[in-house]
Design a protein around this ligand. Structure first.
Ligand SMILES: Cc1cc2nc3c(=O)[nH]c(=O)nc-3n(C[C@H](O)[C@H](O)[C@H](O)COP(=O)(O)OP(=O)(O)OC[C@H]3O[C@@H](n4cnc5c(N)ncnc54)[C@H](O)[C@@H]3O)c2cc1C
Length: 488
């Protein structure tokens, strides 16, 4: 077996979250510092950039301008120029409105392409597309060794001082959840995950299924953007089949709308908030916990705000503990139950020096992958040295220093935070780990050339050429952007 390639930093997953800390670091000399100590991104797919985001047939829950801030006034011209790219210009026409996620994904692919070119151009940087991380193992000297499977089936071993887990989320295991005293698995094939309803192909399958029924009834479980998005896509695709009251949202917590300012909230007629619901940094009302854009309009309709009314086909039912008879009846009568109960992180084995599994808190469904410092948590909730996590299902709960309303107790899954506060924090920690490793004489640049360089060349050959052309190919084959769902 060859000597493992050595880098300061290994990023597993080249989707929006994996690239975010690198993007944050690229605003300063942070990215260059990471590259000088060796930086490799391993991505299972053919290109870095949008990950799975483009699959969803819905509009974003963040504004057009937040996607563009990633490149606005960027010191690297290859990123700054993306604002003037036709896709960037098209996003700009939406201003503060939401954009179709397919359009957001096309832009993130451009960002991925530019970032990949920059990383690949550095003598100690590399993008291993078409490669999959299989496990990570702690080395006796404190670093981490990753087993990465090449598309040829060959094993590539990479030793890193710090590893960032950014492999996204998975939507299995949700059947074990208990709602109104009932285990969801007991619903049998009437149960689907929200991910299926929000995905273009999955939504079509749901539409076909409901079209065979006389008067279909649907229940959606959850109070997040995903749950509200499911209501909207079902009304859009299957609306003509649904009678008044046919679509019920079963939600546990209070549904609250987000507002840019306190004044905007009051002008809309919304007064059910206090000082604890206002972000001390941005002044936004329900900054992290509030529903945005089209999902917000459902809530505004239910609360009778801004002249909106709730669609008569929709009923909102707040779950009343595990003895909620009404909720049990709604679930029993539903032809389809959509569980919008979140995602679990995509994980691979994490082993200690002896090759024995290190149990993680996230091995238990619904538990977070990371702590307040974005470190991966062991079974006892302690952050593990050198392992960090970010992205969908990482379960990151922002500390007070990041702002947000005091009343918010949940996790955040937003690109903006990943590309800014969270990304910067992680990039700094990865750099600290890489620098310590280098000072201790454990970072061997020759091992990069001997062990990683050949894999980089093979990755480029297998995925069709240079890093940039792969991303372009994916963009070219992607479907059209879909209809514009929000006015600029
Ligand atoms: C329905 C929905 C709508 C959303 N809308 C918004 C929005 O409007 N605005 C916003 O800011 N956020 C939004 N989010 C949240 C978040 O931005 C997206 O989910 C985003 O796609 C998450 O990025 P990610 O990198 O964590 O995961 P992914 O997009 O899943 O990317 C993970 C990447 O890791 C790769 N990978 C996985 N396993 C391995 C492995 N073992 N080895 C190598 N590579 C691997 C995958 O191929 C993939 O490219 C939304 C989320 C959902 C579910």
């Amino acid at each position: 077996m060859k000597r493992p390639g050595t880098v300061g930093t290994l990023v597993i997953g080249g989707g929006p979250a994996g690239l975010a800390p690198l993007l944050a670091a690229s605003r300063t000399d942070g990215l260059e510092a990471l590259l000088e100590r060796g930086l490799v991104v391993v991505e299972r797919g053919p290109a870095t950039g949008s990950g799975r985001l483009g699959r969803y047939a819905i509009a974003s829950d963040s504004s057009a301008e937040t996607f563009l801030t990633a490149v606005a006034d960027h010191p690297d011209p290859s990123l700054a120029l993306l604002a003037a790219h036709p896709i960037g210009r098209r996003i700009a026409t939406y201003g503060r409105a939401a954009i179709p996620l397919s359009l957001a994904a096309a832009f993130l692919d451009l960002v991925g392409e530019a970032m990949s070119r920059r990383i690949a151009a550095h003598p100690r940087g590399g993008i291993l597309t078409g490669h999959e991380a299989e496990l990570v193992r702690r080395c006796a000297d404190g670093g981490w060794l990753a087993h990465v499977r090449a598309p040829t089936g060959d094993l590539v071993e990479i030793r890193a001082a710090g590893i960032l887990f950014a492999a996204g989320g998975r939507s299995d295991g949700y059947e074990a959840a208990i709602v109104a005293g009932q285990r969801l698995s007991s619903l049998g094939d009437r149960l689907v995950h929200s991910d299926q309803v929000l995905d273009r192909a999955g939504l079509e399958a749901v539409r076909m299924r409901l079209s065979t029924l006389q008067r279909p009834r649907v229940a959606v479980i959850g109070g997040s953007t995903s749950a509200l998005s499911c209501l909207r896509v079902l009304l859009g695709s299957c609306g003509s089949m649904l009678e008044p009251g046919a679509l019920t949202l079963l939600h546990r917590g209070r549904l609250v709308p987000w507002y840019r300012t306190e004044l905007e909230a009051r002008e809309d007629g919304y007064t059910a908030f206090g000082a604890d619901d206002i972000c001390p940094i941005s002044g936004m009302v329900h900054r992290f916990g509030g529903l945005r854009y089209e999902s917000r309009d459902v809530v505004r309709g239910a609360l009778g705000l801004g002249g909106l009314v709730l669609d008569p086909r929709v009923v909102l039912h707040r779950l009343d503990g595990q003895d909620d008879e009404n909720a049990r009846r709604i679930l029993a009568e539903a032809d389809l139950v959509v569980a919008a109960v979140g995602y679990n992180p995509c994980l691979f084995p994490v082993l200690d020096e002896r090759g024995l599994p290190i149990p993680l808190l996230a091995d238990r469904p619904g538990m977070p992958l990371v702590g307040a410092g974005a470190g991966v948590l062991d079974r006892d909730g302690r952050e593990i040295d050198g392992l960090f996590g970010i992205g969908l299902a990482a379960g990151f709960r922002p500390p007070a220093s990041f702002g947000g309303e005091v009343s918010f107790k949940g996790q955040v899954n937003g690109l903006w935070l990943w590309q800014n506060d969270v990304g910067r924090m992680i990039a700094d920690k990865l750099l600290a780990a890489a620098s310590d490793d280098e000072r201790a004489g454990r970072n061997d640049a020759t091992a990069f050339e001997a062990s990683i360089r050949p894999s980089l060349a093979a990755a480029a050959r297998l995925t069709g050429g240079s890093v940039g052309s792969v991303a372009s190919a994916r963009r070219a084959s992607a479907s059209s952007f879909g209809s514009r769902s929000a006015a600029p």
